[in-house]
Design a protein around this ligand. Sequence first.
Ligand code: AMP
Length: 279
Amino acid sequence: MEIIKTIEELKKYRKTTEGKVGFVPTMGHLHDGHLSLMKAAREECNNVIVSIFVNPTQFGPNEDLDAYPRDFERDKRLCEGGSVDCIFYPDVDEMYPREELTIVRVERITQKLCGKTRPTHFQGVTTVVAKLFNIVQPDIAYFGQKDLQQSIVIKRMAEDLNMDIKIKVCPIVREKDGLAMSSRNSYLKENERKAAPVLYESLQKAKGLFEKGENNADKIKETIRNNIEDKVKKEIGNIDYIEIFDTENIDDVKKIKKGNAIALAVFIGKARLIDNIIL
Ligand code: AMP
């Protein structure tokens, strides 16, 4: 497995690869969610490149950039175990050597859901992903449904900018109790961790109601809210949003249809947890 830290070397490496290149962009502190993306890439591509880069431009001023967990040696072992061919592991100066005057911004759909509390988050994501796409030049790039809005935004960016890259979205990998795996779960204290599975439980409950014929979005949101507030008391957290929307334009729906999504974000302790389900 190659470990490459500079853009120039990665471009050189890329000239030596043959066949389909699969790309998995990550911020490291890898878990089974990331490994599932590598596995999907391994199955479909001749060469698998994983990037590990904690991208500062997607963090807001009061967010957890410094606290974000990092452990490259462990990540390296996991990538090796996942039969990755190459890790691209640039430092911040390599990716941003001078003031960036160019940003890639997807309008409108980035201002909803997570964009309301994190107004500059997605332009940080789209800019770094566009840079990574240009550096790595993958045939297929793999993203997780865990970050549903991110995957919708990236797909839209790739289509709008005529990028010749297929975007694949892989299912959410969960802990045994249903909590969606996330590097940020490590912030949770014991009592917070115990409460956290309520996100998934409430989504499952909502799905059950929808399948029984309930299609009133407000009623379903209310059920989810009550469920969460029952477990996540004010002392440990609060709900950021619960939204039901179509997966192309992220427009709110009042009457839910098959294919719509429910997404939510909840602050618990120091973590802001997100989860979603497509009906
Ligand atoms: P991150 O390192 O958190 O930026 O995530 C890198 C990629 O892994 C993104 O495409 C995420 O959506 C995906 N990912 C993170 N957690 C999970 C999970 N639990 N299941 C599936 N994919 C995930």
